[in-house]
Design a protein around this ligand. Structure first.
Ligand code: GLN
Length: 500
């Protein structure tokens, strides 16, 4: 029987096997999870809020159904499994702050579709996870409530913007969390924390109820320690939602191809990515090693060119801020958000509330977007950026005529130290290998492939799939998992340790 400390380091299947065999109840899973969060999260600071009452209620439903003789498999693919949510996802009755003073006192009046679907699948909702403010950033350092720490080295960042979601899984606090990815915010923290992190194709998961950053780029996806757990979670959250017109019908079992291996698959390698200036040798070496392993397993490596991908960063820092500017206009201190006290005129109230409610990076994005969308400037930047977007999308479509999946680095380096990257443009380069995939809309994921030779920190390999063929990358990921093993809990947090 598992000790109450270890539920967060078990796989979904292991938890469900224990529940089905009566080794422990769902209520014990919930209580054990909160005990573990209580013991270890003071050091990591992954959680902004925990939801004991809701988790115990969901657990009681699972336990009652099991006591009434129902089979666990009828209760949903996540029955009895603790799940945490990035704090830009609405869950009725919880704070949804986006790690911003602007939304510090905002309480969700409804539940996001992705969250609701985990609950319908039987998940135990454990709480809300720290992030970069409004998802702007790559380190969680922009959170108004203090950063999250990387469980592998508490002096280093967990990545971002979904840093809390990644760190909670890496520290063994919960087996599954959800994050969102606009330019790399699932994959890069997944890589920094050494866990499985999936950004599905745009449209696979509904965005309804997830606070929007760049609506044409945002996509929700899971963090887990095994590929199967990530695939099971995708099964639960994916598919058409009438409340998000960009969501698609997805009649796919994401676990279906995991055992097929890579023999006969054609895997693309992009020379411009592997030779990129700024890519550290320890990351390059690990990704090259992963490519060699896939070749040994019977995959064929094919060099592919993405001639316009080098323009992705420039296009993203036009399109992203423009969409963010427009989406964040709703936080006007009247309908939503922080209201600076003591102003007699509306203009003064708007100005002070937005100046004091948003942090520096959010203000930078808003100002940039406002400038880029102004008359005369729009034609010079926004319109060409959309043209670049089309070219990049065509590059990927053309590449995928010859290959089944791409293998690339996730981030140019492993997790950096707090304060190490102070220059915003240098921080933006964290996403040099992930951004073009959001621009094109394809699925991408980070798969842990061991530790870097210099820093000893986790390295992720990025797998990219043709649009709506996310199962291709999951299949390759499962083959890599068979070589490198499932993602471990960070050593200082393994076996129930709390990271002292
Ligand atoms: N780091 C990128 C940014 O700051 C991407 C963030 C994200 O994917 N939400 O915009």
């Amino acid at each position: 029987m598992a000790s109450s400390q270890t539920f967060g380091s078990m796989s979904v299947r292991a938890i469900q096997a224990g529940l089905a065999a009566g080794e422990f109840s769902a209520a014990e899973v919930a209580r054990g999870t909160f005990e573990r969060i209580g013991a270890a999260d003071a050091r990591v600071h992954a959680f902004l809020e925990t939801t004991e009452a809701a988790a115990l209620e969901a657990a009681a439903r699972v336990d009652a159904a099991l006591a009434a003789g129902r089979d666990l498999s009828e209760l949903g693919p996540l029955a009895g499994v603790p799940v945490g949510y990035k704090d830009n996802m609405n869950l009725l009755g919880t704070h949804t702050t986006c790690s911003s003073r602007m939304l510090e006192s905002y309480v969700s009046p409804y539940t996001a579709t992705c969250v609701a679907r985990t609950l319908e699948a039987g998940a135990l909702p454990v709480g809300k996870l720290n992030m970069d403010e409004f998802a702007f950033g790559s380190s969680t350092e922009t959170s108004a409530f203090g950063p999250t720490r990387n469980p592998w080295d508490l002096d280093r960042v967990p990545g971002g913007s979904s840093g809390g979601s990644a760190a909670a899984v890496a520290a063994g606090l919960v087996p599954v969390t959800l994050g969102s990815d606009t330019g790399g915010s699932i994959r890069q923290p997944g890589s920094f924390c050494g866990i499985v992190a999936v950004k599905p194709t745009y449209g696979v998961v509904s965005r309804y109820g997830v606070v929007a950053f760049g609506s044409s780029l945002d996509q929700v996806g899971p963090f887990a320690r095994t590929v199967e757990d990530a695939a099971l979670t995708l099964n639960a959250i994916s598919g058409r939602d009438e409340l998000d017109c960009t969501s698609q019908e997805v009649a796919v079992d994401f676990t279906a191809n995991l055992a097929e291996g890579v023999r006969g698959m054609r895997i693309g390698v992009v020379p411009a990515f592997m030779d990129a200036a700024g890519l550290t040798s320890e990351v390059r070496d690990k990704v090259a090693e992963a490519a060699a392993k896939l070749e040994e397993l019977g995959a064929e490596l094919v060099e592919v060119e993405l001639p316009n991908a080098q323009a992705a960063m420039s296009a993203y820092y036009v399109l992203g801020p423009c969409e963010a500017f427009s989406n964040l206009a709703r936080f006007d201190s009247v309908r939503y958000g922080y209201c600076d006290p003591g102003h007699k005129d509306l203009g003064g109230q708007y100005e002070a509330s937005r100046a004091n409610g948003f942090g520096p990076e959010a203000r930078r994005r808003i100002m940039l977007g406002s400038y880029l969308l102004s008359a005369g400037v729009y034609d010079k930047y926004y319109y060409p950026a959309q043209q670049v977007r089309t070219l990049i999308t065509q590059d990927y479509a053309r590449a995928f005529e010859q290959i089944d999946c791409i293998l690339a680095p996730v981030a140019p380096r492993t997790a950096f130290r707090f304060g190490e990257i102070a220059d915003p443009t240098e921080m933006y380069l964290s996403d040099m290998f992930t951004i073009s995939i959001n621009i094109a809309g394809n699925g991408g994921m980070s798969m842990p492939i061991g530790l870097g030779a210099e820093t000893g920190m986790p390295v992720g390999a990025q797998l990219v799939a043709p649009a709506f063929r996310d199962k291709n990358m999951l299949r390759v990921a499962a083959a890599l998992e068979a070589v490198y093993g499932p993602a471990p809990v960070a050593p200082d947090f393994a076996d129930g340790k709390a990271g002292e």
